[in-house]
Design a binder for this molecule. Sequence first.
Ligand code: NAD
Ligand code: DAU
Length: 378
Amino acid sequence: MKTILITGGAGFIGSHVVRLFVNKYPDYRIINLDALTYAGNLANLKDIEDRPNYEFVKADICDFDTVYRLMQDKNVDGIVHLAAESHVDRSIKDPFTFARTNVLGTLSLLQAARLYWESLPERYEGKRFYHISTDEVYGALELTCPEGVEPPFRTAASSGEHHLAYGTEFFLETTKYNPHSPYSASKASSDHFVRAFHDTYGMPTIVTNCSNNYGPYQFPEKLIPLFINNIRHRKALPVYGKGENVRDWLYVEDHARAIDLIFHKGTIADTYNIGGFNEWKNIDLIRVLINTVDRLLGRKEGEDLNLITFVTDRAGHDLRYAIDSRKLQRELGWEPSLQFEEGIEKTVRWYLEHQDWLDQVTSGDYQHYYERMYIDRG
Ligand code: NAD
Ligand code: DAU
């Protein structure tokens, strides 16, 4: 039996990764280690919480002694590390928390894994430390077009039929790091520590850098769930700056599939970019959200366009992110499974049908789930 420790499994992407691993690998023991910060919600995993191959441990990755003991007690073979502070706006207000969790927390996990694995007769044989990172570490790209062409234009960077791009440059695995926000600076630093543990101690590490995820169970501080909820309740939609910033959106289950593939088949010490080949200007994406919510609620399509409210721009707001994920396509055969139109329809439907989930999160009630499920039940 393999024991896999997934950190941050009660968060947005982590919950999809935990679900995928628990369902797909009944012979693995999946341990979800999560501190249950404001972003952790065990209700995201209600459907699998009683599975025999699943365990939840409430712990902080910065707590070295607890993490080290857990690795020893459970004989952890592999780590998929997602736990992090993940929201750029929060990092602008409170950078220290980001340095603590993302940098020191990752270091504590690396050191615990190193000391535990080095104490075993087989040492690093069959072990793996997989660190989930972001495209934001690469900085920002320009909105540049070939001469005489209006953005967005079709690009050869993708094999997909539908790829429209807002610039001629893309983030490659070799792109130099150039983070701008405290969040991306902390993720960049953690990526460096992970690679340093490979180069210095020979730890079998892998790093992946992914673009913006969307889908069910995303905390409604992020653009897509926040705006779906606001449109439903006819609240203002705070669009930063002019809404001209471009993001590359990937359906969260496609990210989870990529993580599974790379965890099992990726090359040690390598880096893979993961992206949707799906660039949208915020303002265009917001119009799609409004039209979709209106249509699904039986309102006149576009009726809520007047909710768009331009507000002061985010400080240091990166203009454009665009991932070139052809290496992952070429080497491991992964590509996004959903077209954006399909993914966004599915996502909007999910939030509209799970108003109870949104209400619990926005009211703070979800934070008592742990007491009810794990402490009360003993
Ligand atoms: P999230 O904020 O939804 O979830 C983070 C989880 O980590 C929560 O469950 C939280 O309780 C837990 N956590 C936070 N601090 C912790 C600590 N000190 N100890 C243990 N657990 C802790 O984040 P997400 O959007 O699911 O992102 C997951 C990972 O993927 C992050 O590393 C993020 O940088 C990366 N990423 C996210 C995106 C995206 O679009 N959301 C894109 C690329 C990469
Ligand atoms: O690119 C990957 C990153 O994507 C991840 O590493 C981060 O964890 C994740 O939060 C996300 O970062 P962004 O800053 O791109 O996501 P966010 O949803 O916060 O914002 C998306 C865009 O929408 C961005 O250009 C800012 C803008 N925005 C956001 C909010 C919350 C608004 O205009 N108004 C808003 O209220």
